[in-house]
Design a protein around this ligand. Structure first.
Ligand SMILES: [Zn+2]
Length: 299
């Protein structure tokens, strides 16, 4: 089974002026085609999942209202997520977009999304300006634990106009330690703080890493890609690594199919082989591509 553990979605209504600016900045920065960034609807996603052989995808709604003006409220965004989950019940695992700074209201929305909409987790968009280990959020975490939900926390680099300092992987460590029954997924292996992310995942049995947004590394910096994956395998273990894409953001670099095939065909660059490093086995590749996520989500 192949599972994409980190994927976005949006429709034209959601692409507000503020968000359009963010997408345009990403397009300019990486020389991506804007149309490939701005089209993020379920029909395109399902088509590309089918082409790639991806069985299930974790869809992340975003609550960016603390820094971005939006045409729809974060609750409406969660409702759109629910619509996609209803339309494709076997394909999508929903993570609600909820900013924990909303206090009591965040807890109410959490309950609505998990109990009524059928979501499995929550996406924390820390780059909008909060530390995930703030004690103020502990009542929220208590409810997450009771509901058996998972937290996918943004860690690492974000686009221009967002805040980097909140995105250090180490800020997941305390809350993961204090709430050992909640599973946390740290996005992007915390890039550029990959060692820090791997350390947090090594220390905490409930912390996982996703390799979303690593398409450019696989295509253009394979040494960095393999070095990080080998280090993760060696320290936190292969069971902690989850395939993810950040769709549709990196489809100008690699399509879903190309990224899946890239993982299936992983082969160490010759100098690494000459150093005696072992290749990734079929079993390890399958674990990354979906078996780990399958276990994590109890599928
Ligand atoms: Zn993302």
């Amino acid at each position: 089974m192949i599972i994409d553990a980190h994927c976005h979605f949006w429709e034209a209504d959601l692409v507000s002026d503020d968000f359009k600016e963010v997408l345009s900045a990403i397009a300019k920065q990486f020389n991506f085609e804007y149309s490939l960034l701005s089209n993020g609807d379920a029909e395109r996603l399902i088509r590309e999942m089918d082409e790639a052989g991806i069985d299930k995808t974790v869809l992340l709604a975003l609550d960016g209202e603390f820094i971005f003006r939006s045409r729809v409220t974060y609750k409406e965004y969660n409702d759109l997520l629910a619509k996609y989950m209803r339309n494709y019940p076997d394909r999508f695992i929903g993570f609600a977009g909820i900013d924990p700074r909303r206090g009591e209201e965040a807890i109410k929305e959490l309950e609505r999304c998990i109990n009524d909409l059928g979501c499995s987790g929550v996406k924390f968009w820390t780059l909008t300006g909060f530390y995930p280990d703030d004690l103020k959020f502990y009542p929220f975490y208590e409810r997450v634990e009771e509901l058996g939900a998972t937290i996918l926390c943004h860690t690492g680099l974000g686009p221009t106009g967002t805040y980097l300092k909140y995105c250090r992987p180490v800020y997941v460590d305390k809350v993961a330690t204090d709430f050992p029954k909640i599973n946390f997924i740290m996005a992007h292996i915390g890039d550029p703080w990959t060692k820090e992310a791997i350390a947090v995942a090594t220390k905490n049995s409930n912390v996982y890493l996703d390799i979303s947004a690593w398409e450019p590394h696989l295509k253009m910096a394979p040494f960095a890609f393999y070095e990080t994956l080998i280090e993760a395998k060696m320290t936190c273990g292969i069971n902690k690594i989850l395939f993810g894409t950040d769709w549709p953001l990196f489809t100008s670099i690699l399509s879903l199919k190309e990224y899946v095939d890239g993982i299936k065909k992983m082969k160490l660059p010759p100098p690494m082989k000459m150093m005696g490093l072992p290749e990734f086995t079929e079993d390890e590749k399958n674990k990354i591509l979906g078996e780990n996520a399958k276990k994590l989500f109890g599928l």
